[in-house]
Design a protein around this ligand. Structure first.
Ligand SMILES: Nc1ncnc2c1ncn2[C@@H]1O[C@H](COP(=O)(O)OP(=O)(O)OP(=O)(O)O)[C@@H](O)[C@H]1O
Ligand SMILES: [Mg+2]
Length: 365
C-alpha cells in the first residue's frame, strides 16, 4: 500500500531565504503525524506546502501515491483546520459546515445527512443555528473540525488548532482529537510547538529546527533515544539533564567522571558501554535520577550529591543539584524528606542514559 503522504527532498525558499531544507517524510494511512519544533522553524510553511497553499522550490509531494506537487489545493483531497478557525462570521454554524459542500455542488440531502452525522460526532447539535460570535473557543474549534470532517478527505491538516484555548480546554480538546482520530482511522498531520501535545497525540513525531528535520520516530523513540542534543533538550518537561563528563573506557564498561563545585568529582560506572570518546555529554531524564532505594536494576549506580534546591510539584518533588557545571534535576517522590543544603544518596539509572558528542550534538549510543 502506498504511503498516504510522501514528501521527497522538499525545499522551500522565500527569495534567497531557504526556509525548508531537504525534507523527507513518509506516513501510512491512519498515522497521526505531529510536526513539532520551536517558533519559526518552518512547521506552518511545511503544512501549507502539503496543502498546496505555498509553492515549493524543489522536491515532490505525493498523496496516496499520486504526485500532487503541482495540483491546486482544492484538488488534493485534504482538509485543513487553522489556528484561527477561519469561520465565516455572518453564517450560522450549520452553514459554516455545509458551505464547502454547497460550493462543490453536493446535493441538499447529502449535505443534510453529513451535517447531522458530524454534528452528532462533535456534540454540537444544539449549536447549529448560532453564529461563530456566539460560541466559546472550544465550540468554534469543534465547528472548524466539523467543516473539515464533512469533506471526508484523504488527509487532515491541523495548524496549532488548540493554541487559542485555555489550559483546561486544551487538554479536553486534545483527548477529543485523539478519540476522533481513533474512531475515524483518519490520517492526520498536526502542527504544534507544544511537546506534550506532540507526545500524547502522535503515532509519529517529526522534530524540526531551522527548516531541517532533526528526527522522525514514534513518541517513545523520540523520548528515549533522542538523535541529538537539540531533540533531547526540546522534548520532555522538565528537560533532560545534559551533563558534560570525562570518560575512561575498558573492554565492557565506562567510568564517567563529572566535575562538581567544592567536592570530588562524581564517578559513575556504566556497565554496559565500553566504547565512548573521552569527552561526552551524558543525558539522563529527571525520572532516571531518583532517591537511592527507589530504583534497582543491573545498571543503577548510587552516589551522594549535594541538594541545592527542592521544588515540590504535587505528585513529584524535583530536587536540583549542581553537576558538571549544570543544574541537574532529579524526580523524587512527593514524600521525600530532602532538604536544601543536605547531602542525599541518589540512584542514577544508567540503563536509560544517552551519550552525545559535545561538538556535533550527535547521539553516540
Ligand atoms: N511569506 C514569507 N516570506 C518570507 N519569510 C517567511 C514567509 N512566511 C514565513 N516566513 C519565514 O519562514 C520561517 C518559518 O515560518 P513558519 O511560519 O513556517 O514557522 P512556524 O514553525 O510555523 O512557527 P510558529 O510556531 O511561530 O507558528 C520564519 O522564519 C518566517 O519568518
Ligand atoms: Mg506556525
Amino acid at each position: 500500500m502506498a504511503p498516504i503522504l510522501e514528501i521527497k527532498n522538499l525545499y522551500k525558499s522565500y527569495g534567497s531565504l531557504e526556509i525548508l531544507k531537504d525534507i523527507n517524510i513518509s506516513i501510512d494511512k491512519g498515522d497521526f503525524l505531529v510536526l513539532v519544533g520551536p517558533s519559526g522553524c518552518g512547521k506552518s510553511t511545511l503544512l501549507n506546502c502539503i496543502a498546496g497553499l505555498e509553492d515549493i522550490s524543489g522536491g515532490s509531494i505525493l498523496i496516496d501515491g499520486h504526485d500532487m506537487t503541482h495540483v491546486s489545493p482544492k484538488d488534493r483531497n485534504i482538509a485543513m483546520v487553522f489556528q484561527s478557525y477561519a469561520l465565516y462570521p455572518t453564517m450560522s454554524v450549520a452553514k459554516n459546515i455545509t458551505f464547502g459542500m454547497k460550493v462543490r455542488g453536493v446535493d441538499q440531502a447529502t449535505q443534510k445527512r453529513k451535517l447531522d452525522e458530524v454534528a452528532k460526532q462533535l456534540q454540537i447539535e444544539q449549536l447549529l443555528n448560532r453564529r461563530p460570535g456566539q460560541l466559546s473557543g472550544g465550540q468554534r474549534q469543534r465547528v472548524a473540525m466539523g467543516r473539515a470532517l464533512v469533506r471526508d478527505p484523504k488527509l487532515f491538516l491541523f495548524d496549532e488548532p488548540l493554541s487559542n484555548l485555555d489550559a483546561k480546554l486544551r487538554v479536553e480538546m486534545r483527548s477529543e482529537i485523539k478519540k476522533l482520530h481513533h474512531n475515524l482511522g483518519a490520517s492526520m498531520v498536526y502542527v504544534t510547538h507544544d511537546q506534550i501535545e506532540a507526545m500524547t497525540l502522535a503515532t509519529k513525531i517529526v522534530v524540526m529546527k531551522s527548516g531541517v528535520l532533526q528526527q522522525v520516530g514514534s513518541p517513545a523513540e523520540i523520548y528515549n533515544r533522542p538523535a541529538n542534543l537539540f531533540v533531547a533538550d526540546f522534548m520532555g518537561s522538565p528537560a533532560m539533564n545534559l551533563i558534560p563528563a570525562k570518560v575512561t573506557c575498558d573492554a565492557s564498561s565506562s567510568r564517567i567522571e563529572i566535575a562538581r563545585p567544592d567536592a570530588d568529582p562524581l564517578v559513575l560506572v556504566d556497565q554496559s558501554n565500553g566504547d565512548l570518546p573521552e569527552d561526552v555529554i551524558i543525558g539522563l531524564r529527571p525520572e532516571d535520577i531518583v532517591e537511592a532505594g527507589y530504583r534497582s536494576g543491573q545498571n543503577v549506580q548510587t552516589a551522594t550529591c549535594h541538594v541545592d534546591m527542592v521544588e515540590p510539584a504535587g505528585a513529584d518533588t524535583f530536587v536540583v543539584s549542581h553537576l558538571g557545571g549544570k543544574e541537574v534535576t532529579a524526580r523524587l517522590h512527593a514524600e521525600t524528606q530532602a532538604t536544601p543544603g543536605q547531602d542525599l544518596n541518589f540512584a542514577f539509572d544508567l540503563a536509560k542514559v544517552s551519550y552525545f558528542e559535545p561538538d556535533t550534538g550527535r547521539r553516540l549510543n
